[in-house]
Ligand binder design. Structure first.
Ligand SMILES: C[S@@+](CC[C@H](N)C(=O)[O-])C[C@H]1O[C@@H](n2cnc3c(N)ncnc32)[C@H](O)[C@@H]1O
Length: 274
């Protein structure tokens, strides 16, 4: 069974909503996606797996939102109550079978920042979501692909290395995002594009007026690191036990003063027409 630890429902929802707005600064034309989906078309059927607020942003980009079927799924039922108009939400674990009737049913399937949960089944999990795209439809996957150049500050480097250690403990390959393009091509998709978005954090965020907000958003997500590490017998190699106290505060200070780049890999492709 997959698990996903959060501090609180409210904080997690706020963090994800802000995070999407911040990432948007790095997508050309202020869009919320990269695949060339025709948003002027009526009757689009779209899935956002591991959903947050992305579907609302996507809905706002549609010429005729009332004609669209927009479905969001997530492991956790942290969904807004009442649901946002025009958006259906339901629980679904990405590692479990999808509804049979959803196969080849969606014009566009979008999923971001969740494949660390796929464990050794990365290809299987991506292939099952890819099956939901109808011929002629698009898939788009976004995942972190931290860089190994050693150019980041010491605390952010600890953050990246710890995340990778935690992924490895679950059986997820530490550079899993670099495998996505190959998996999508092997699944038969065409017009596949793979793009690295150099998302800045804190002092390196694109818009100086949002620099501190972006540092705080990253730290809100990193708060779980010391809590999780303390639960692992023997801890992790990347942060010595004696450095866990005050670690999140040091991360925030480093991001606000030096900043960091947290690259996101976006891979999209089209399923050939039948
Ligand atoms: C880092 S958030 C990303 C949310 C959103 N896609 C975004 O980009 O803002 C990870 C999301 O994946 C969900 N999640 C975690 N494990 C999952 C699983 N096995 N199946 C489906 N969703 C999962 C979490 O509940 C959370 O909403």
């Amino acid at each position: 069974m997959s698990n996903y630890n959060i501090v609180s429902v409210e904080e997690e929802n706020k963090r994800l909503e802000q995070g999407l707005e911040l990432t948007r600064a790095y997508i050309p034309d202020g869009k919320v996606f990269l695949a060339p989906v025709d948003t002027s078309r009526d009757g689009l059927k779209v899935l956002d797996s591991a959903a947050s607020y992305w579907l609302s942003q996507f809905q706002a980009s549609l010429k005729n939102p009332d004609s669209a079927t927009l479905i969001g799924t997530d492991l956790q039922d942290r969904f807004p109550n009442p649901p946002r108009p025009g958006i259906q939400l339901q629980t679904q674990d990405i590692t479990k079978p999808w509804p049979e009737s959803w196969k080849s049913d969606f014009d566009y399937v979008h999923q971001s920042l969740v494949l660390f949960q796929a464990r050794p089944k990365l290809s299987e999990v991506v292939n099952s979501i890819a099956e939901l795209v109808k011929p002629g439809g698009w898939i788009e996957l976004t995942e972190p692909q931290p860089d190994d150049s050693g150019s980041e500050g010491p605390v952010f480097t600890q953050f990246i290395n710890t995340m990778r250690e935690l992924w490895t403990l679950k059986g997820t390959p530490k550079d899993y995002a670099s495998n996505l393009e190959g998996i999508i091509k092997d699944a038969g998709f065409v017009d596949v594009k793979s793009i690295l978005l150099p998302v800045g954090m804190g002092a390196k965020f694109k818009k100086p007026e949002l620099a501190d907000a972006s540092a705080e958003n990253m730290v809100a997500g990193a708060k779980n690191i010391p809590i999780t590490v303390k639960l692992i017998p023997g801890g992790v190699k990347s942060i010595p036990a004696e450095e866990l106290e005050g670690w999140t505060e040091r991360l925030e200070a480093e991001l606000k003063s030096k900043g960091a780049i947290f690259p996101l890999r976006v891979v999209y492709g089209r399923k050939p027409d039948a």
